[in-house]
Design a protein around this ligand. Sequence first.
Ligand SMILES: NC(=O)c1ccc[n+]([C@@H]2O[C@H](COP(=O)([O-])OP(=O)(O)OC[C@H]3O[C@@H](n4cnc5c(N)ncnc54)[C@H](OP(=O)(O)O)[C@@H]3O)[C@@H](O)[C@H]2O)c1
Length: 266
Amino acid sequence: MTQGTALITGASSGIGAVYAERLARRGHDLILVARDFDRLKSLSNRLSGDHGVVVTPLIADLTSVADLERVIVKLREDAEISLLVNCAGIGPNGPLLGSDPDSLSKMVQLNVDVLHSLTATAAHTFAHRRNGAIINIASAVALMPERFNATYVATKAFVLALTQALSAELEPHGVRMQTVLPGFTRTEIFDRAGIDIGVIPADMMMDAGEMVDAALAGFDRGEVVTIPSLADSDLWEQHERTRRDLGPHLSLKHAAARYRPRGEMR
Ligand SMILES: NC(=O)c1ccc[n+]([C@@H]2O[C@H](COP(=O)([O-])OP(=O)(O)OC[C@H]3O[C@@H](n4cnc5c(N)ncnc54)[C@H](OP(=O)(O)O)[C@@H]3O)[C@@H](O)[C@H]2O)c1
């Protein structure tokens, strides 16, 4: 029995490839999106052979307008698709000041613009059908902006905010959203960025299989935000309570007293 079709971006390696394997195991047919034809083809053959599901490679450079449009049309028109997993992303090599501005813009294009377009398309399509789910891979650095390349953390903070906001909007339409905030995860992302993975402390690095299994466990529990490494879930709940407590104080008719000219009373 098929569980419906999952469209996974960035499925040729790392986290996306593990999602492909785990979702095939769960009985999902798959559409696998990435640029590397050979890898997608061999993964597709292996997964359809091992799990008896239909796996279709969809070769696309998501930073090409024409290729992105093909994926958007597929999302809109294939009524079997009920799950979108946004994994395609690129990481930085060092801080913003040492980075080529064009490569940072490319990162924003893939990590933000592309993810946003696909998420918005799936949101409209799934809400219309009153069925579906969207999983967006963010990063734990969304919560630690001072510790990492500024552009990268900002792209991941975007994914977190987009998912939280849209989750509330889509819930009444029967559509689920989840974002996953992995810490360091053993994939090719470091190699691609020219970073020696060996410089990262081993006790901070999770295997991709363990990370995705935890993320799917969080999905099954109905979590909107899943932080695979976080043992004490109360810490996240506190963080969210504090954030919500700010709500009534953030938009008022008058500025706070400390920002008013000296001596001005209200
Ligand atoms: N690994 C970590 O430590 C870590 C931690 C937190 C969050 N993340 C996030 O997890 C996601 C997956 O990363 P990963 O670690 O699995 O890295 P990865 O192994 O390098 O995988 C990246 C995937 O994105 C695809 N991709 C890159 N550019 C593309 C483009 N222009 N068009 C289409 N596909 C493209 C790649 O496939 P092709 O080259 O075949 O196109 C590949 O399948 C990213 O969003 C990353 O920011 C990773």
